[in-house]
Design a protein around this ligand. Structure first.
Ligand SMILES: [Zn+2]
Length: 139
């Protein structure tokens, strides 16, 4: 597929994150622990700059090529590890708070999940640090 995946240290939480570089020079960095993401790609012909800017993208030109960049601050993630070995990490949006945690934790105790491999994190914006709410992020 022409994709190179490297392990990097997350710029936000310092955890183990990933950087994918595509043949088309698009870059996607993401952290499954805090949810930080950085996307860089070429502006496509059908994309409107105003729409992209509303969506948080920064547009810039480098060597005559118009590129777009978007950084998403991590607000926490939830990892669903299935009993069949598969797993998925979903970043929270900024509206999820500590008050929601008991219901998420309860949900991870469903019999279809391998609860020991699941985790939940929240980014503490005041303290500027990661809080592991449930489980263990270093497997
Ligand atoms: Zn991170």
């Amino acid at each position: 597929m022409g994709t190179l995946t490297e392990e990097i240290n997350c710029l936000q939480c310092g955890g183990k994150a990933f950087k994918e570089t595509y043949k088309t020079n698009e870059i996607y960095e993401y952290c499954p622990i805090c949810g930080y993401a950085k996307e860089v790609s070429r502006l496509k012909k059908n994309e409107k700059i105003e729409d992209l800017e509303l969506d948080g993208w920064v547009i810039y030109k480098i060597e005559g090529i118009t590129q777009k960049l978007r950084i998403t601050q991590g607000t926490g993630t939830i990892k669903f590890a299935m009993k069949n070995g598969r797993s998925q990490v979903l970043p929270f949006n900024g509206n999820v708070t500590k008050e929601h945690m008991p219901q998420y934790i309860k949900y991870l105790h469903n019999s279809k999940f391998d609860t020991n491999r699941c985790y939940i994190t929240l980014w503490d914006r005041k303290e500027n640090r990661l809080e592991v709410v449930f489980g263990n992020t270093s497997d």
